[in-house]
Each structure stands twice: as structure tokens, then as C-alpha cells.
Design a protein around this ligand. Structure first.
Ligand SMILES: NC(=O)c1ccc[n+]([C@@H]2O[C@H](COP(=O)([O-])OP(=O)(O)OC[C@H]3O[C@@H](n4cnc5c(N)ncnc54)[C@H](OP(=O)(O)O)[C@@H]3O)[C@@H](O)[C@H]2O)c1
Length: 270
């Protein structure tokens, strides 16, 4: 998959590319179709179905969000514990998505609760740059993303902070305008695109993903559901206001088994 993505990055106008797959070769069309000369095991075919769309050229960029939740829609307990809601297969999936992405993004509350590294460790691939949304530069310097030195971290904050010192704990601050109580999500996406970020992978939490979804800035939403009921705790997707049923979002869905969990890969219209 990494080779396929690299081939399309190198030749974005190609109708199809071909890369090695074990002793065989894998051909991928720009439209998303794939072929191998010999039959592959069902498990490999399912992985190709899942990941090929993320290897294709995306001229306007691609924003992919992922959340792991319980059957009752919780992403963490009331006190913020979320390791682990979903199982090992979903963890591996997230690392694969990081490896395919140019940037991985999380909100400030996830950094505070989990102190994540946001690097690629469970599979092959290079680390994406790390984007932290922290509108008022509230995070301390003890978090891994500021002190492990593995890969660039960029903090997205309100414009006035970038106009000031423009850095936080040695990381660049990218300023964007505020829109009411939130930062302008479309401006964040646009600023990342201008920096050459084509695929951004938003790994949570629920607030961050919900704001991107509300602004129509999520192209693909991956929801992995673990067969557990937590009963209380932090919610996944929460959109503003009281919404009638006929306003429900109805993305196209693909379903994949991830160990004992189920991944719903949701595609929204451009
Ligand atoms: N199960 C999973 O897949 C998963 C994944 C990630 C995290 N988690 C868990 O989820 C919890 C954290 O998630 P969460 O939903 O509470 O918070 P979150 O999304 O991690 O962070 C939200 C905070 O980020 C900032 N932010 C994000 N988008 C913004 C925007 N557009 N404009 C302005 N500020 C923005 C705000 O900071 P300010 O508050 O400073 O304004 C906001 O309060 C933790 O317990 C973590 O362990 C679970």
C-alpha cells in the first residue's frame, strides 16, 4: 500500500500504477479498482479493499477521521480513560492509516488525557507530521509530542497566538481565525493543504472530529465499534442543536471486520 501511494504521489496523473505484492504484482486504477494476476487470500483482498482508496491521488486533499467507540457510542470513560476501547486490530489499523497519511491530528484534550506519540510503530512506514489543535496554547511541555523529537509537531491555535511568538515548546504555531467559539476548521484544512499535506488523519477525540464533520470538512469517517457497553463517558460524534431524523447524515458505508470489532468506513459526498 505504501508503494502504491508513493507511485501515485510520483505520478498523480497516471491512469493506473503497478507495484510488487509478494511474488506477484498489484495494479491499481486511479478510480480505485485493483487487480492481482493470481487469486489472493480473502484476508488480503479485504485489506486491499480497505486501504486502496487511501493510496489514490486526491487533488483537493483528503480528510479522514477515525474514532473507536463502544456499542453505546462512548470513546472513553467519564474520567477520560480510553486505552483501549477497541482491540489490537484497530490499533494496527490506526498505525497503517498514520503511515499512509501526511499528517495526523488530535485535539488538546486527547493530548492531555493520553499523552500520545502519534508515530508509526506497529507497521512499516514513515511518521506523519503531528498537528495538535490547542486554540489557546494551554498544553504543557511535558507531552511526548513536544519532547520526544521524533517528528515535526505543529500546533494549530487562534490567530492572535501566531501573531505573537509563533511557537510553543519549540513547535511552530499555525494561526487560524476564530469563528464564534471554535476555530475556522475550513481555514485549518486550507492551511494544511498549502503546506503540502494531502492526506490528514484525524484520530480524535470526539469534539475535534465533530467540529470537522459539522463544517463539512471530513471526506471519510472511520468508526470502529467494539462489542462492549461502557454505560457512561465521553461521546463520539456530537453535532450541534436538535436535529430531525431527515437531517441525519447518510454516508456510503463499507464494513470490515477488525478482530472482534467492526469498522464502518463512511464516505461523504465531496
Ligand atoms: N476511542 C478513541 O478512538 C479515542 C481517540 C482519541 C481520544 N480519545 C479519548 O477522548 C477524550 C478526548 O476527546 P474529546 O472529544 O474530549 O476532546 P478532543 O477532541 O481530544 O479535544 C478537544 C479540544 O481540542 C480543541 N479543539 C479541537 N478542535 C477545535 C476547533 N475546531 N476549534 C477550537 N478548538 C478545538 C479544544 O480545546 P480547548 O478546550 O482548549 O478549547 C477542544 O476542547 C480522551 O479521554 C481520550 O482518551 C478516544
Amino acid at each position: 500500500m505504501l508503494a502504491a501511494r508513493a507511485a501515485f504521489v510520483e505520478r498523480p496523473d497516471a491512469d493506473s500504477i503497478s507495484v510488487p505484492l509478494g511474488d506477484d504484482s498489484l495494479s491499481v486504477d486511479a478510480g480505485g479498482g485493483w487487480r492481482v494476476p493470481n487469486e489472493v487470500p480473502a484476508e488480503i483482498a479485504a485489506q486491499l479493499d480497505l486501504y486502496v482508496p487511501y493510496c489514490l491521488p486526491h487533488p483537493g486533499g483528503l480528510c479522514v477521521a477515525h474514532i473507536g467507540q463502544s456499542l453505546d457510542g462512548r470513546i472513553a470513560t467519564e474520567n477520560g480513560e480510553s486505552r483501549w476501547v477497541t482491540g489490537e486490530a484497530d490499533l494496527l489499523h490506526c498505525h497503517r492509516m498514520r503511515a499512509l497519511a501526511d499528517a495526523v491530528m488530535v485535539g488538546a484534550r486527547t493530548v492531555r488525557a493520553d499523552n500520545p506519540q502519534l508515530t508509526v510503530r506497529h507497521c512499516a512506514g514513515r511518521n506523519p507530521i503531528r498537528i495538535i489543535i490547542d486554540p489557546d496554547l494551554s498544553l504543557s511541555d511535558r507531552h511526548s509530542v513536544f519532547c520526544d523529537g521524533t517528528v515535526l509537531t505543529v500546533v494549530v491555535a487562534a490567530q492572535e497566538h501566531a501573531n505573537g511568538r509563533g511557537e510553543m515548546h519549540g513547535s511552530e504555531v499555525l494561526g487560524v481565525p476564530r469563528v464564534g467559539r471554535t476555530l475556522d476548521v475550513a481555514a485549518i484544512r486550507c492551511a494544511l493543504g498549502e503546506r503540502g499535506v494531502s492526506i490528514v488523519f484525524i484520530e480524535g477525540g470526539g469534539i475535534t472530529i465533530s467540529r470537522f464533520l459539522e463544517a463539512g470538512c471530513v471526506d471519510r469517517l472511520q468508526i470502529t465499534i467494539a462489542p462492549i457497553i461502557i454505560g457512561s463517558g465521553r461521546p463520539g460524534i456530537v453535532l450541534e442543536g436538535v436535529r430531525p431524523l431527515d437531517c441525519a447524515l447518510r454516508p456510503r458505508i463499507r464494513r470490515f471486520n477488525l478482530g472482534g470489532d467492526t469498522l464502518f468506513d463512511c464516505e461523504f459526498d465531496a
